[in-house]
Design a protein around this ligand. Structure first.
Ligand code: PGA
Length: 248
């Protein structure tokens, strides 16, 4: 049985002070349930969020990490550094990282392996551009991403990965994929995972949808058969909006 999983992605928003205020408000509103909840924050807020959410079940995620343990990589942060802070998850391969920071499926694959080595659960982002969708090549494109990103991962490790389907044209644009479009792609992703790992594993892997998810559309998206959760950008910045999605 797949557990619903809602994760917030704050991107490059909030100072430590603002993050602490969010945590205090969110904890008051939050009722624990079988929905798994995480917030992916910038590096500087991670330590205070881990402290603030201690004992609540709310998990803290990073938004990126390097694929080496340590080294001369100015400006980068490694998996053991995150682990030491009590960070449990990490977004890997977000389309903004792929677009602005030149991440490739090869580096995403290395990052997945490094995160798993340290027991950090990856949220792997995949998704096509508007151009690819208009050319009706989205299924082929996402299949290629999944296959390359999971390359060399054992069944046991594959189970620990959450896949977030985020069509690039729906991120931060207010343009959501329709529940039908989102469901169709999430079902396709599960089919690709079945090809790679067999039915049993593919049925257990949690797949999120992301791209302009908000309180008004969360329930319908989350009621789709192959959509097990959501990766929420803009609407995770306000405790009131995010809680409505978490309590969908
Ligand atoms: P959005 O972002 O909800 O603001 O569209 C989603 C994401 O990029 O994870």
């Amino acid at each position: 049985m797949r557990k619903p999983f809602i994760a917030g992605n704050w991107k490059m928003f909030k100072t430590v002070k603002e993050a602490k205020a969010f945590a205090a408000e969110f904890k008051k509103l939050y009722t624990p349930s079988d929905v798994k909840v995480a917030i992916a924050a910038p590096f500087t807020q991670l330590e205070s969020l881990v402290k603030a959410f201690k004992g609540t079940g709310i998990k803290v995620a990073a938004q990126n990490m390097h694929f080496e343990d340590e080294g001369a990589f100015t400006g980068e942060v490694s998996a053991p550094m995150l682990k030491e802070l009590g960070v449990e998850l990490c977004i890997i391969g977000h389309s903004e990282r792929r677009q602005y920071f030149k991440e490739t499926d090869a580096s995403v694959n290395k990052k997945l392996k490094k995160a798993l080595e340290y027991g950090i659960m990856p949220i792997l982002c995949v998704g096509e551009s508007l151009k690819t969708r208009e050319a009706k090549k989205q299924n082929e494109f996402v299949e290629k991403q999944i296959t390359a990103d999971f390359k060399g991962l054992s069944k046991e490790d594959a189970l620990k990965v959450t896949v977030a389907y985020e069509p690039i044209w729906a991120i931060g644009t207010g343009k959501t994929a329709t529940p039908k479009e989102a469901q169709a792609m999430c079902a396709h992703i599960r089919k690709v995972l079945k090809k790679l790992y067999g039915e049993e594993i593919s049925e257990e892997i949690v797949i999120q949808y992301g791209g302009s998810v908000k309180p008004a559309n969360a329930e319908e998206l989350l009621n789709q058969e192959d959509i097990d959760g959501a990766l929420v950008g803009g609407a995770s910045l306000k405790a009131q909006d995010f809680i409505e999605i978490v309590h969908f």
